[in-house]
Structures are given as C-alpha cells and as structure tokens.
Design a binder for this molecule. Structure first.
Ligand code: FAD
Length: 651
C-alpha cells in the first residue's frame, strides 16, 4: 500500500494509478493536521454535489463552531494540502466559513435538542470555544448542561478578545444562541471561586468541565511596569465599544497574533504611529505571515529582534521604552532564555505601551481539587481527565493548552466523550467515515487552477467594526471544492492472484474465521490496511470445485513480462448451460485499490454464447464509470481488451 502524506497521483506520475477512484487508507494531510479531525474531503464531496445541508451535518460531528473557525482558524489544514504541490493549497477555511454560516442560518434545523434526555447533569465552567464545544456535545448526548460564565456574555476570547474586524460579534452571538437552543443553560456573571466554589459544583453536578482560559497579563518583570497596559484588556475595551484613542504613538510589545490584533486595532482607533517590537527575528515571529503582511500594509512598523529594557518616563508619565538587541530567544536546549547584546539599544517614543507577551491563567478556584503545574491544569491528553474523577478540563487553561480556537474546541469534544464514558452514557458521539469508493480521479481538476481569491478591501476602507474579509459566493465555494484531490488513498492493488481468487469465489480461512473473498478485499477496512486483525493469520485458501463445464482464464498485461506488476490483469470464471453463459465472475485488477468486480460485464454475458461480439460488449461494459487521470487513460483500452480476452479464454 502506498504510504506517506504525498499524493503521487496528483503531483507526479499517474500512469499506473487506479482508473476507478480509490479507497482511503489513511487520513489525508488536511484531516490529520486539523486538531478537530474534521473530515474535510468528505464534506467537500457533499459541496461538490451541491448539498450544503449534508456538508453541514458532516462538519457538525467534529466542529460545532464552523462559522467561527471559518473566520479565525490558523488553517493548519491548508499547510500540507497535496494540492499545494501541484499549484496552490485549497482555500479550506473560506469554504468552512460558508458551511458555518449556512449552519447558523439553518440552526433551528441543524442544531437540535437531543432525542433522548439523560437524567445526569454536567457543569461547564467558562464559555470560550472549549466550554461551548463541550456543552454542545454533552447536550447532544442528552445531558443537562449548565455553563457558568464570569462575564456578561458567552464566547470567551471569541467575544472579548478577537477584534470585530476579524470576527463579527453578531456571528458569535448567533453561534451561542444556536447552542443555547439545544437546551444548554447559561448562567452569566457567576465567577467560580468567588460566587460559587468548584467543590459546590462537584457536589451539585455529576461531572464538571473547567475551561477558564488564560486571561491574566504575563509580566515583564521590569521597573515601572504598572505604566504599561495589557493587550487583552485593551482588546476587551475595543470589543466593548471603545472607538477612539488619545494616544498618538503606541508601542506594542509582542510578535504573535494577539500583538498584531492589538497593533491593528490601535491603528484603526486613530493612533498615528504604531510599532510592534518583539524578541524574535522576522522569520521567527509567531504571528501568521498573512497577519504580519496586513500589519505592514496598514503602516505598522515592525521591530523584530528587540527586547524591552527600560520603561521611560517624563514627569512621572510614560514617554516610551528603551529596547535592547535580542540575539537569541531560545537556548541550545530549546528553552525560552532570551540573550541580548547590551551594546545595541534603541529608544521608541510612545504615549502608550501595550504588552501582548502571552496570557497567564488564574486557577486559584481549581487548585484545591485538581493538580496544577506551571500555572496549568494537568490533564490526560486523550480524555481531558484531571486526577479528580469528577473533574475534566480543557482549552488554554490546561497543560495540553492548544492556544487556538480549533484546539480548544477539540478538547471540549474529547472531554464530552470522556465525561459520557465516565457517567456510563449509552449513546456515543458519531463520526462518519469517508465514503468507501472515492471518485477523486476526475482528471480535469488536476489541470492547474489557482485557488479561489478571497476578496480584499483596500486599506482605506477597513474599519474596526466591519469584517475585513467577506464570505465567498456559493459558486466560488463549489468551484474551490472541485479542486480537492480527495487524497489519502491507495493507488492500485497490483496482485496477480487476487483477481483469480475473486473470479473463483475463494474462501480465506484464518486462525479465527472464514472470510468470503469479496469481503477479504472489501474496501470497508476504514483506515486499516487489512481486514485481518493484528494477531490473525491466514491458514488456508479454499477454492470451491467448479461446476461441470465451467471454465476459467487469467490474463495479464505487463511491461516486463516475467516479473513485473500488471498494468492491468483480469480473471474470469464462467459457467455455461445450454451453450450460453449461466453465471460469470469477472475480476479486473490494478485498476482500483482492490480487485474490481466487473459487475456490468458479468450482466452483459448472462444468457449469451461466449463469442467475439459478447466479449467485446462485456469489455465495454466493464469500464463503465471510469474516471481517468491525465496519464492513465491508456489503461481503459487495456482493461477492455483484458476482459474480452479473459472471456474468450473461457470458450
Ligand atoms: P477562553 O476563550 O479564554 O474562554 C474562557 C472563559 O472562561 C472566558 O469567557 C472567561 O470569562 C471564563 N472564566 C474564566 N475564569 C472563570 C471562572 N473562575 N468562573 C467562570 N468563568 C470563568 N485562536 C485562533 O485559533 N485564531 C485566532 O485568530 C485567535 N486570535 C486570538 C486573539 C486574541 C486576542 C487571543 C487572546 C487569543 C486568540 N486565539 C486565537 C486563541 C484562542 O482564542 C484561544 O486559544 C481560545 O479562545 C481558548 O479557548 P478556551 O475555551 O480555553 O478559553
């Protein structure tokens, strides 16, 4: 079986590839790299068929916040997209946004209360993406779910942190409403640890999920730090409606996405000079390249490889900051240990300095009941379980802290599954697998086509309130979905014996059971490479005795005859009665991931004598439904000929 993440059919030589689509044997890079494990090719196949409702249903199984991730996800899925090797990676996030918006428009139909209520109750602390996802999936499993949130509105960073020009607050509100409509209860302005204790929740509920994020400003540990402001506090004010600034010169300390959000927001609030200074070099800056490009477009001055050294004051008022050259951020063991060249210094004047150097948690409420290490709740990475059987935790507050919306959401889903298991729930969360017989090989889509252009507004038209990036038109989304190569499949099954065994209707006897041959190679292996269990071995192959007068034949087309794998091979076993065909089993191989039963050809042969005309018609029928790639069309003709000659071989 072909391994690895690269689709050679797409980017290289596909002369010998399957002509009947393929079967998936491993997760494609987009799904494998998505923290939520979204089956992207599967929902894209529904979009290709124009069925957005089905795409929405599939996506909701792993992502209940698609309208949000479709806007702000760092799109890990696009980074290793095989299409990127051919021309450009698919614009998956833009597609996801449309499916997410469709979900919100049709929320009443798509996000529904559970069919069966469970009598058990779960408390969720915090309503960021981790809390929202856990609440949604626990509710789907039938639990009574109450979300306790310290602030006035739900959403966590989605509502209070990410600026509205990247994520409209209306979208977050619709998303929360949709989850609420499934029966999730929200209690606002309840701070756990102050208004109620975690121990109270542990007593009152059957399980508790803690997802309180990280909201405390990290400290620089330098003198006069009190004169500096916190990046998250600043963004909370922007999200709360602050629309102008008296500060003309703003210095942002930090090189990540939050720093970019702060810098761009300050600029759009009217600051005349905005500078971003960070320890990392330009190449190492943690913000996404596209975010940094946008910052530069808006006139933000980037100062990479500078560390904060001294807060400068004039008459007790902040007047700027002295920076010092940073020569390395990490030590030889990869630990954060900035090194400086103190002989190189620079002064940046500023009437506001905003720190965006990471957030810290506030877990005083949890510490008596769960283990906290390095300021983070210790959890099992698979179940989100803490050492306390009743308490689970996820999102940014945990040691596995994902620091992304999709990661937080995935931890919420994992916790919902684990809580359900802990509480002995009978239902399970579903994830449908990719359809078995993929039909990816529409060669037309391999022709180089640029990815869809997401419309961009000129800088002068950008504001704080309106989303910078509009959604795509439906047609553009469908066209983009067509570019998906549907990869992660195996190429062909090149075995010689396989088609012979299929034609002869063999039985495979193993140390455990007897498997009919059609099932032995059946593609419903999921992501396993074989139907056999790891400790199961084949002990015997049984070939039923052929009926009297039955004939069988095998034929192979190879380039180097004696040793090589087949370009196409074919086996036929035909039983006749009264001079005409009673039953025929015809199997082609090296044309699909598994031996390929040419069912249409078998039908054509029934009731006919074995002659040139019937065999020719059967050959034509055998290749019904092929989808060839640019270089493997020649295999169609060979397949037809192999079928014809195998049939004539049974005369
Ligand atoms: P949060 O979203 O932080 O939510 C925690 C919630 O818990 C809050 O509502 C808080 O009020 C509540 N809470 C806290 N303590 C208590 C308590 N004691 N009692 C009750 N409630 C409590 N990620 C991306 O993928 N893409 C982005 O574009 C992106 N941009 C970001 C921009 C900013 C400014 C920030 C700060 C982060 C950004 N992130 C982004 C990261 C992402 O938002 C976080 O990883 C994610 O929100 C973490 O989710 P969470 O559910 O763990 O916590």
């Amino acid at each position: 079986r072909k391994g690895g993440r690269t689709c050679n059919a797409a980017i290289g030589d596909n002369r010998y590839h399957s002509i009947f689509g393929a079967a998936r044997v491993c997760a494609p890079p987009c799904t494998a790299d998505c923290p939520a494990g979204n089956d992207i090719p599967l929902y894209l196949s529904s979009i290709r068929e124009g069925n957005l409702a089905e795409a929405a249903r599939i996506l909701l199984q792993t992502n209940p916040l698609a309208a949000i991730t479709g806007r702000v996800c760092p799109h890990y899925c696009e980074q290793e997209c095989n299409r990127g090797e051919l021309d450009e990676a698919l614009s998956i996030r833009a597609i996801e946004r449309q499916v997410g918006d469709y979900i919100l428009e049709n929320a009443a139909k798509l996000l529904r209360p559970p069919r069966e209520e469970n009598q058990k109750k779960v408390a969720v602390v915090g309503s960021g993406p981790a809390g929202l996802a856990a609440a949604y999936y626990l509710r789907q499993l039938g639990y009574g779910v109450t979300v306790l949130e310290a602030l006035e509105e739900a959403g966590g960073v989605l509502t209070y942190g990410i600026p509205p020009y990247r994520l409209s607050k209306e979208v977050v509100q619709k998303q929360v409403k949709a989850i609420e409509s499934t029966g999730v209860r929200f209690k606002f302005k309840v701070k756990v640890g102050k208004d109620i204790t975690l121990a109270d929740l542990q007593r009152e509920y059957d399980a508790v999920f803690c997802a309180t994020g990280a909201w405390r400003q990290a400290s620089l540990g330098i003198q006069d730090e009190a004169l500096l402001s916190s990046g998250l506090d600043f963004l909370v004010q922007v999200n709360g409606g602050m629309r102008k600034t008296a500060n003309k010169k703003v210095l942002v300390i930090g090189g990540g996405s939050v720093a970019v959000d702060v810098a761009i927001s300050a600029r759009r609030l009217g600051a005349q000079e905005v500078t971003m200074a960070c320890l990392e070099t330009r190449e190492e800056m943690p913000a996404l390249a596209e975010e940094l490009e946008q910052a530069e477009k808006e006139g933000i001055n980037l100062m990479p490889a500078w560390g904060p050294s001294k807060v400068l004051k004039t008459s007790g008022k902040l007047s700027g900051m002295e920076l010092i050259r940073c020569t390395a951020v990490y030590n030889s063991e990869g630990r954060f240990a900035p090194a400086y060249d103190s002989s190189v210094r620079e002064i940046v004047e500023a009437d506001q300095v905003i720190l965006a150097i990471g957030q810290r948690t506030d877990l005083a409420y949890a510490e008596p009941l769960v283990e906290v290490k390095g300021g983070l709740i210790v959890v099992n990475a698979e179940s989100q379980a803490t050492g306390n059987a009743k308490i689970f935790a996820g999102g940014d507050a945990t040691v596995t802290g994902p620091l992304s919306v999709v990661g937080a959401m995935a931890s919420g889903r994992r916790a919902a599954e684990a809580i359900n298991q802990y509480l002995g729930g009978q239902n399970r969360l579903k994830i449908e697998k990719q359809a078995e017989h993929l039909a990816p090989g529409n060669g037309e889509y391999l022709e180089k086509r640029q990815r869809v252009k997401v419309p961009e507004l000129p800088v002068a038209q950008l504001s704080l309130d309106k989303e910078d990036v509009p959604g795509l038109e439906r047609g553009a989304v469908e066209a983009e979905a067509q570019r998906c190569l549907n990869c992660g499949c195996d190429g062909v099954n090149p075995s010689d014996i396989a088609p012979a065994l299929v034609a002869l209707d063999a039985r495979i006897v193993t140390s455990r059971r007897t498997i009919p041959i059609d099932q032995f190679w059946a593609a419903d292996r999921g992501l396993k490479s074989s139907v056999l269990d790891d400790d199961e071995i084949i002990t015997e192959i049984r070939i039923p005795e052929q009926a009297e007068g039955a004939r069988s034949a095998f034929i192979k087309f190879a380039i180097r005859k004696s040793i090589d794998f087949p370009i196409v091979n074919c086996a036929a076993a035909i039983e006749r009665e009264g001079g005409v065909v009673k039953t025929a089993r015809i199997c082609l191989n090296a044309v699909y991931s598994n031996p390929y039963r040419a069912a249409e050809a078998e039908e054509v042969m029934k009731g006919k004598p074995i002659d040139e005309a019937a065999a020719e018609a059967a050959g034509e029928a055998a290749v019904y439904g092929v989808v060839a790639l640019p270089y493997n069309k020649f295999k169609i003709q060979i397949a037809k000929t192999m079928v014809k000659r195998a049939i004539l071989g049974c005369q």
